[in-house]
Write a protein that binds this ligand. Sequence first.
Ligand code: SF4
Ligand code: FES
Length: 363
Amino acid sequence: MTNPPYGLLAEVTHQCPLHCLYCSNPVELRAREEELDTADWVRVIREAADLGVVQVHFSGGEPLVRGDLEELVAEAAGLDLYTNLITSGLGLTEVRAKGLVAAGLDSAQLSVQGDTPESTERIADSKRFDKKPLAARIIRDAGLPLNMNVVLHRLNLDRLDAIIDLCDAWGAERLELANTQYYGWGLRNRDLLLPSREQLAGAEAVYRRRKEELASRMELLWILPDYYESYPKPCMGGWAQSAFTVAPDGMVYPCPVAADIDSLSFPSVRSSSLAWIWEEAPAFQAFRGTDWMPDPCRSCDRREIDFGGCRCQAFALTGDAARTDPVCVYSPDHDLIRTAVERANSDAPAPEPAYRGRGRPPG
Ligand code: SF4
Ligand code: FES
């Protein structure tokens, strides 16, 4: 008997005003013409609620690009689901924030890429840093708690103190410091973004100091940089264990970046029910539990702790989603990680940034 899923990540669009170097969305994005329409999304949300989902995270791309977001939030809230908006803040106006809150939005998470217009432009290929404080104010004025997120890497780790100051000044109650995971587009920029050991240690010390200092008003969370760990993360709490993603075109995946695993045939809400997908679709069964595991995971004491790591990372680095995550020190492919880490700690020149849609840096 399969446990019911807890969360739905509704990627309502891949359209986005930012072009972040670390973007974990697939290299090939879904076009606007391929997106599910409002009625399709309403059906998806209803089926998700019937299946046992209790949280819906509206994401993308930038979900505010969709003019029907308020309608989708209202549908989810009407079914008593917890609703969260994951946004760059670009496109957020007072009118839209009021509309979303009236529709029942429970929380919003605002991303920030750097602490200055220049660093934001370099990381996200965007000249609209000024919209970030505005979005933060609008979220707070709408009565929502301000949750923020920053993806950390070689280009901004040294600015962690300043980034935390900024989020504090904007009134953040929670700040997620997410060390980059190298998937999708972001894997192309890995050698540019992977920090050195020393840089990472400095930033972690900043995190620990500021976490204590700010404890009374802001919660700081540190998401581990897995390339520097000995064991992999228990990605998604295990394959198809507690959440799933519906992509803009209706394809359904056990996690947000599984679309790149071309050895699996993923189902679509256009042709199958969510109940069948969750309980029976072969792609969802493929890595559930521990029966699929190869050696060394099969006989390892940690197999119920990390589930062999991340299937997407195994596929991205080895071409085989059924291999042990190369992050693991026991993995026969661990050299793939060791080589990248050695390069990040050497004098090798930084490669040029690769932005979606073009190959050169701004300016
Ligand atoms: Fe985890 Fe597999 Fe490594 Fe054991 S061998 S620590 S189960 S990834
Ligand atoms: Fe897909 Fe880890 S990101 S399983």
